[in-house]
Design a protein around this ligand. Sequence first.
Ligand SMILES: *Cc1c(COP(=O)(O)O)cnc(C)c1O
Length: 420
Amino acid sequence: MHTTRQTCLERDAQDPLRHLRDLFELPADTIYLDGNSLGPLPKATPERVAATVQQAWGQDLIRSWNSAGWFEWPLRVGDKIGQFIGAQPGQTVATDTTSINLYKVLKAALALRPGRSRIVSERSNFPTDLYIAQGISRDSGHRVELVDQDDIAGALNGDVAVLMLTHVNYRTGAMHDMAALTRAAHEAGALVIWDLAHSAGAVPVDLLGADADFAVGCGYKYFNGGPGAPAFAWVHPRHVDAAWQPLSGWWGHAAPFAFDPQYEPASGIARYQCGTQAIISLCALDVGMDTFLASQALGGMAALRAKSLALTDLFMQLVDDFASANGLSVVTPREHGKRGSQVSLSCAHGAYAMVQALIARGVIGDFRAGDAQQADILRFGFTPLYLRFVDVWDAAQALRDVLHSGEWQAAPFQQRQAVT
Ligand SMILES: *Cc1c(COP(=O)(O)O)cnc(C)c1O
């Protein structure tokens, strides 16, 4: 059937997930294609955060650590996340940032593979992951080896302690085969850390099924926990009690309120906490997870994935009509099994200004700079919780108009801001 704006509206009317959009505060006249970078505000968040501030903090004061269960929140919220990453209850903790959690799990993993000198990762990994590995290796003497995607399996040998990968690439949206790469690493005797920043809440993830060793991920992207929301850490039960994590603060102690001068790690994932947690931020993340959990009654991650693929297929199909004539090309893999929930377009010149011109039209995507190897990227995240097929149509139309009118060449769109 020929796709028109009308057929998109008809698909929306048939979409079993269509009411989930009502759970979000989305500004009028905005098509938000950046939920992979900062998820939007759930409608329930302001009231729940206000209750935590005014009642639990304001009135109940320190008693809330017990009466509101604050002390348990990192594990309680962690279990809500765990449902979407193939974890069992008690294996996931919501805490700190992705970078900090990566530091913890990478140090723990290295401690479990003494005598091996290399950490293997991808050159195109998100830089913070590489920076954390580089920082650790300055002290530990490990060598950080960065390879291209096709060379990962070949880089695995008896000297590799840890394979550290991001499941879905932040620039291109390409997705690794988690089970196959985990198996290859294990055959070489290495452990695997998966960064799920662009996969948790975006694609079905089965950490236990893939036999992964460690994982980390974000709370403010697809889980809509708010800017700087706590991140999460997951550790396979076979490792969780086998190593200390390096930030051995009192919240990870077996008995924090015994105030023992000797550190004794808690058993289980609780030891991956460090110090007092950001309770108000955890509250907002908790609402983000409750909002996400509303999808469970409608088919959960499988239904979200089906819609995500339909949205991204549609966007690629629409953009194909005019992209190459304007110097753009889709760099996200077409094959469903090989991509996450975003579509990235590469462009030799003007990508930043094109994104700015789109934002001026109310279509919010983002820009990621290229380097010697890779062209600049226009990046569009598609989140099936609140996006409609008609939004995809309108966004593609806006991009077509921005290109055909040449309006992106106007001076104001060329000015780079601090955050791209
Ligand atoms: C977004 C992202 C992060 C963010 O790390 P923070 O510590 O939360 O700033 C880390 N890794 C990857 C792969 C990401 O995409």
